[in-house]
Design a protein around this ligand. Structure first.
Ligand SMILES: Cc1cc2nc3c(=O)[nH]c(=O)nc-3n(C[C@H](O)[C@H](O)[C@H](O)COP(=O)(O)OP(=O)(O)OC[C@H]3O[C@@H](n4cnc5c(N)ncnc54)[C@H](O)[C@@H]3O)c2cc1C
Length: 288
């Protein structure tokens, strides 16, 4: 959170109106909602991969002046509507346990957003600078690895390249990990939007689940990566491959460990990864 915070002005805000809010995970699992915001400001312009900030109204439970949290935009910018834009957010309702009292408290911004009703007005900041960018060259390969609400920027990318731009010639590979099939966002019975792209010749989605003991999204993604490590490694050797990691923080270390095995050693992988970073072909958008 803090790496972006330095660039953020919490005073430059834009009004957004809640258009709709739909739960996209079953009742038996963690709650994630697809929330659509309307911004009636013609000048508001965003790029796929960017995020906005949400300012929750005070007073705040811990006496802080403001409470500002980021959420990634999950749709493409159509720019067709001269009166404003719609933004889609995927928001997980968060809770935390107070170390002293042991009590469970609701996360402030996520609960504020998840409780918001259609026509409610909220204050947003941004859109904010993001490391995630689609390359201009349509023959580039896009290797996307994510968990949970980390699917948001990838959904925006898929919308952009296949729906708005109409074609992408490079390979597009989406590796996505979830605890259960029902928690596969945009790929479950409640919302199956990614099915719109399954017939694209250049697109392949590889879903994987946790094997049970750890039962978390990071472990799930790791299982998919391990099972396809040779294909991923081969893709990484192509000079036009761009890597995107999104979701919980620990996926980056797990991916490093898998690729170190392919590279032959941790140091060889780190040297290879450094080249990707220098060539601006590596980006991460991970959070707790
Ligand atoms: C670039 C970026 C993009 C993001 N995109 C998304 C997205 O698309 N969807 C999404 O759901 N989330 C996203 N997030 C995460 C999101 O910004 C929030 O961090 C998350 O929703 C929790 O915020 P909150 O205000 O609900 O919880 P908070 O109230 O901030 O609590 C969050 C955590 O802070 C800790 N905490 C806070 N206060 C205390 C306290 N007093 N005592 C102990 N612990 C405390 C706890 O560990 C708790 O789990 C993104 C984050 C970043 C940085």
């Amino acid at each position: 959170m803090t790496d972006l915070a330095a660039n953020v002005s919490e005073t430059e805000t834009t009004e957004a109106i809640i258009q709709s809010s739909q739960r996209v995970t079953p009742e038996s699992t963690d709650e994630v909602r697809l929330i659509v915001l309307r911004i009636n400001t013609p000048a508001f312009y965003f790029l796929e991969g960017q995020n906005i900030g949400i300012l929750t109204p005070g007073p705040h439970p811990f006496g802080n002046k403001t409470h500002h949290r980021y959420y990634t935009i999950a749709n493409a910018n159509k720019s067709a509507d001269s009166e404003g834009v719609e933004l889609e957010l995927l928001v997980r309702r968060c809770f935390y346990i107070d170390e002293v009292s042991g009590e469970q408290y609701p996360g402030e911004a996520s609960n504020y957003l998840c409780n918001a009703q259609p026509d409610d007005k909220i204050s947003i900041t941004g859109p904010h600078r993001s490391p995630f960018r689609i390359p201009a060259d349509k023959t580039s390969n896009l290797l996307m690895l994510g968990t949970g609400t980390g699917i948001a920027p990838f959904r925006a990318f898929l919308r952009l390249v296949y729906q708005e731009q109409g074609q992408w010639d490079g390979k597009v590979r989406l590796f996505y990990g979830a605890k259960t099939g029902a928690e596969m966002l945009y790929m479950n019975d409640i919302n199956h939007d990614l099915a719109n792209y399954y017939d694209q010749a250049t697109f392949k989605a590889i879903q994987s689940l946790s094997k049970g003991v750890l039962n978390d999204e990071g472990d799930a993604l790791n299982n998919g990566v391990e099972a396809n490590a040779s294909e991923i490694w081969a893709l990484l050797q192509e000079p036009k491959t761009h890597v995107y990691l999104a979701g919980i923080k620990k996926i980056a270390a797990a991916f490093d460990a898998s690729m170190a095995k392919m590279a032959g050693s941790e140091s060889q992988w780190q040297a290879f990864k450094q080249t990707l970073i220098e060539e601006k072909r590596w980006s991460e958008l991970t959070y707790h």
